[in-house]
Design a protein around this ligand. Structure first.
Ligand SMILES: Cc1cc2nc3c(=O)[nH]c(=O)nc-3n(C[C@H](O)[C@H](O)[C@H](O)COP(=O)(O)OP(=O)(O)OC[C@H]3O[C@@H](n4cnc5c(N)ncnc54)[C@H](O)[C@@H]3O)c2cc1C
Length: 232
């Protein structure tokens, strides 16, 4: 599949999030061509080109992988955003709650069978699921409804959008943002955020990128990444 065929593809993630490929520049051949620029060479055919790309990734000759760029549009809760923006090599532009009022449905609802229990040996992690989480899901929805009612009351009283939003459930509200990075830094993000110790709400976005965009756009790179970084 040509990488440009993927542009505009939107993949659903979580209860009402998604990730969409807005643009992609370059492919596996662009990585090989950049590496061959070192000695002013050209393509030597698919077999030798693929071998060279594997050599580059294996020996961490990373700059050729920066020649490929991806731009995504993402809709995800703030808890996901909070972790994603720690990746300083990415460029972001996000929706602003100062301009755009939030809607009643803009909140992440955890399904009754998806409440994760606190891990006993890792303070940051979860393990296993709560047996019956219906009451918690119901409580979460009531909490959102009450917060949203107060938010609307504050707006109706003339309070600024930038301040009225303090009534909204901070970690759960859905935001939309645009994010751009190159294949080298995207692989770093994927390795960290697809790992079992990454929080589920960011892991599912990383997995969606890997399966739906990274693998089809860069099949050789994805194969080498799997071999030398994910499985290493
Ligand atoms: C499981 C997990 C748990 C985490 N827990 C916490 C936590 O408890 N608290 C917390 O604050 N963060 C936490 N983080 C975030 C983590 O510390 C990193 O901020 C985040 O993963 C981004 O990684 P990075 O800096 O390597 O990536 P990027 O910011 O994308 O940078 C990529 C690489 O560029 C280089 N680089 C970028 N900027 C600089 C710089 N200014 N100086 C030198 N080199 C630079 C580094 O080599 C870096 O690895 C956690 C991350 C994970 C995956």
């Amino acid at each position: 599949m040509a990488e440009t065929d993927l542009i505009g593809t939107r993949v659903p993630v979580l209860d009402k999030g998604w990730i969409e490929l807005q643009d992609v520049m370059g492919d596996d051949n662009a990585i090989v061509a950049a590496a061959r620029a070192s000695f002013l060479g050209e393509s030597k055919g698919p077999d030798k080109d693929k071998k060279l790309l594997f050599y580059l990734l294996r020996h961490r000759h990373t700059t050729p992988f920066e020649m490929v760029e991806f731009k995504f549009r993402v809709r995800a809760p703030v808890v996901t955003w909070w972790q994603w923006v720690r990746h300083r090599t990415f460029s972001f532009n996000a929706q602003s709650g100062r301009y755009t009022p939030f809607e009643e449905n803009d909140f992440y609802v955890v399904e009754p069978d998806a409440w994760r229990l606190q891990s006993s040996d890792n303070k940051q992690a979860s393990e296993g699921l709560l047996a019956d989480g219906q009451w918690l899901t119901d409580a979460l929805i009531s909490h959102y409804e009450e917060g949203f009612r107060l938010y609307q009351q504050a707006l109706a009283a003339g309070v600024a959008r930038e301040q009225a939003r303090v009534f909204l459930a901070g970690f759960s509200v859905y935001y939309t943002w645009v994010v751009k990075t190159d294949a080298h830094n995207l692989m770093h993000f994927l390795k960290l955020r697809m790992a079992p110790d990454a929080q589920y709400e960011v892991r599912v976005y990383a997995q969606a990128i890997y399966e739906h965009f990274f693998k089809p756009a860069l099949p050789w790179t994805a194969e080498a990444f799997d071999l030398y970084q994910l499985k290493a």
